[in-house]
Design a protein around this ligand. Sequence first.
Ligand SMILES: C[S@@+](CC[C@H](N)C(=O)[O-])C[C@H]1O[C@@H](n2cnc3c(N)ncnc32)[C@H](O)[C@@H]1O
Length: 315
Amino acid sequence: MTIQEIFSSEIKVEKNYIFRSEDSAFENQGHTNDVFSDKWEKVDEMDKTDKLYEFQFEWYLKLYGFDTEEDLKKFLQTKKVIFDAGCGLGYKAAWFAKLAPNSIVIGMDYSDAAGIAAKNYADIPNLYFVKGDIADTGFRPGSIDYVSCDQVIMHTEHPHKTFAHLTEVTTPDGEFACYVYAKKALPRELLDDHFRIATKDMSSEDLWEMSRQLTQLGKTLSDLKINIDVPDIPLLGIKGGEYDIQRFIYWNFIKCFWKEDWGTELSDATNFDWYSPSNAKRYSEGEYRSMISDNNLTIKHFHKEEACYSGRFGK
Ligand SMILES: C[S@@+](CC[C@H](N)C(=O)[O-])C[C@H]1O[C@@H](n2cnc3c(N)ncnc32)[C@H](O)[C@@H]1O
């Protein structure tokens, strides 16, 4: 299989960067693309990205049902073509490419991160990047053996259509791994929805400033080291139990991320990541399971945690 054979129309490859002849105008989700371009340019310059990547690799194994990295490696080595859909800075695509050196790995992102990734990982011979919409990849139907769409689909213009397209490009015996944000308690959902209506009209500077303020709030609450007992409040979707006060506010009212070992800049970027894209749908477990069954997929692995639902699906 050559890289050209994966695409249904002509492409041009310069080193590890793919140009598609029908490159779309990126008009639909312009705002979401701009804020991610902005975010990735900043993250690329930060010096704690190793911490972020280590965390993400560990989490990836858990999200998609791999016991160890070795387990993932064995799985990937059975896949000829691997697609990292919405690859951001491409660190997971690079991870896959190193674990499966005989496979072709393609990372696609709608933001400028695709170009940064191509420059950063130019030394990995089986890895390619392309800027584009994962809802319209230009791949032939049934051409990808493993589609990994991690923390992306809810930012696309029509997640259901994107899901159907990614299902279509997966080979009949391939697998499609996907993650969606979970719906949270009602006050948090209402604030998130209300806020995102306004996000489009806010400047990037204002959003970064707010992200820094939220980091400060998260840190201040976290430094209190106070645990509280909370009753079940089912009508508001608040689950009872003992919570650290920062976590209680975080899950139920407002995302105010703070992680000591990531430091301020990465915590700011995490808050920015949540509040800045105007597209960011959340799903109940039932809604996600319906999307999977609507596409006639079988569940190979299903995972849920407070932030998300994820899994690997076959045809
Ligand atoms: C939260 S980041 C996750 C990035 C990466 N998958 C990871 O796990 O670190 C979401 C990414 O999805 C990309 N994205 C959103 N909508 C997209 C679309 N329609 N096509 C391609 N990429 C998209 C954004 O540009 C951003 O880089």
